[in-house]
Design a protein around this ligand. Structure first.
Ligand code: PLP
Length: 391
């Protein structure tokens, strides 16, 4: 048989899927594995959202809706962008509702990137970014977020120096998976200025915007100026904020011409986000936000446990975790690469974590605290003992 398209070979194997496989095989053998690898909230979806989906099903919301998204959900998103993100007068034609943020990013990159174009992001990065860009025939180029005192900061000079004639877009993810860093407003302004100087688009992934600790504030880069807004594709999702990963609902805001191009791609692939799920999305945005506040309070308590445990652990360095539900400790002093270390932690401590290599950074591992406090405490104790033994 003839071979598959070359683009299929460009996809990198996901160590997260590998971890899921290995830990479920261990569980089948009766081994108690603590799962700290998944980027999935462990909370149930709030009941008002579930009720709205059930009502929608009972009312027959089971047909196609426009590829751009239902008018009512787009209105709720426009209002949310105005009062939460400081982005006013967003029109319906500037919104695209998708099956999750990943698809929004995918169609944005497909709409913007020709073969050989570059997208400039930063290390560490959410692993799938590379695949999304490569799949469009582009190159994912990276500068670095560098540890400075106890937080990660943008290496501005390196970012600027990484821009070439082929750079078509910047990719900014704040709060950031996996570092847990919330980009400083000054860094966003710096990148926004460069986008104007070099006529680049900005892909802004804001799916963790609500998971912030210690009173930190999220800034949407699109809110900085009208010109930056025209250049930005703001991507967001219901997955993390509302614990709705399996519902597959996300959206993008961009200028109308770009949304039209993205909607054509969406129509040709996913067709539209599920009709009754869009009704649930309206309930999520317009209903009580109390459940979100409760989840974030719990994430912060877990963050404290993880920080305490890791700062008392030999051979591990941790910067502060400002948002998301991830810790990204530096394990380079341990002397083995991240993949080998994650495999050893799974094998001997029975804890599943993700090698930093997946995020372009072999000196770290990612520990997720989207799991119950009880399991998290158990997992962190095992990790501490693992490092103590290795001394
Ligand atoms: N962006 C980032 C930074 C993520 O960490 C994730 C999920 O882990 C996504 C996007 C995907 O979001 P969605 O479930 O809406 O596709």
């Amino acid at each position: 048989m003839r071979s598959f398209a070359a683009r299929t070979a460009a996809f990198s194997a996901s160590p997260i899927r590998e971890m899921v496989l290995q830990s479920s095989q261990m569980a089948k053998r009766g081994i108690d594995v603590v799962l700290l690898h998944q980027g999935e909230p462990d909370f149930p979806t709030p009941p008002n959202i579930i009720a709205a989906a059930k009502d929608a099903l009972d009312s027959g919301d089971t047909k196609y809706v426009p590829a751009e998204g239902s008018r009512e959900l787009k209105e709720a998103i426009q209002e949310k962008l105005r009062h939460e993100n400081g982005i006013s007068n967003v029109t319906s034609s500037e919104i695209l509702v998708t099956n999750g943020a990943k698809l929004a990013l995918f169609v944005a990159v497909q709409a913007l990137i020709d073969a050989g174009d570059e997208v400039l992001g930063v290390v560490p990065y959410f692993g799938p970014y590379r695949d999304v860009v490569t799949c469009a025939g582009g190159r994912f180029v990276t500068a670095r977020l560098v540890p400075s005192s106890d937080r990660f900061e943008l290496d501005r000079d390196q970012f600027r120096a990484s821009i070439t004639r082929r750079t078509k877009a910047f990719l900014v993810n704040t709060p950031q998976n996996p570092s847990g860093t919330v980009w400083a407003r000054g860094d966003l302004e710096y990148v926004a200025d460069l986008a104007e100087q070099h006529d680049c688009y900005i892909l802004a992934d804001e799916v963790y915007e609500k998971i912030l600790f210690d009173g930190r504030v999220h800034h949407s880069i699109a809110s900085l100026s009208p010109d930056i807004r025209r250049r930005t594709v703001l991507v967001n999702s219901f997955s993390k904020t509302y614990s709705m990963t399996g519902w597959r609902l996300g959206y993008a805001m961009a200028n109308s011409a770009l949304v039209k191009a993205m909607a054509d791609l969406h129509h040709a692939s996913g067709r539209c986000a599920t009709a009754f799920v869009q009704k649930a999305g309206i309930a999520a945005l317009t209903g009580s936000q109390a459940a979100i506040a409760a989840m974030v309070t719990e994430y912060q308590a877990r963050r404290d446990i993880v920080q305490q445990a890791l700062s008392a652990t030999a051979d591990v360095q941790l910067h502060s975790i400002e948002g998301t539900f991830y810790a990204f400790p530096d394990i380079s002093q341990h002397g083995v690469g991240s993949a080998k270390l994650a495999a050893e932690i799974l094998k001997s401590a029975h804890v599943a974590v993700v090698p930093g290599e997946f995020f372009g950074d072999d000196a770290h591992i990612r520990i997720s605290f989207a799991t119950s406090m009880e399991r998290l405490v158990e997992g962190m104790e095992r990790i501490q003992r693992f490092f103590e033994r290795g001394r």
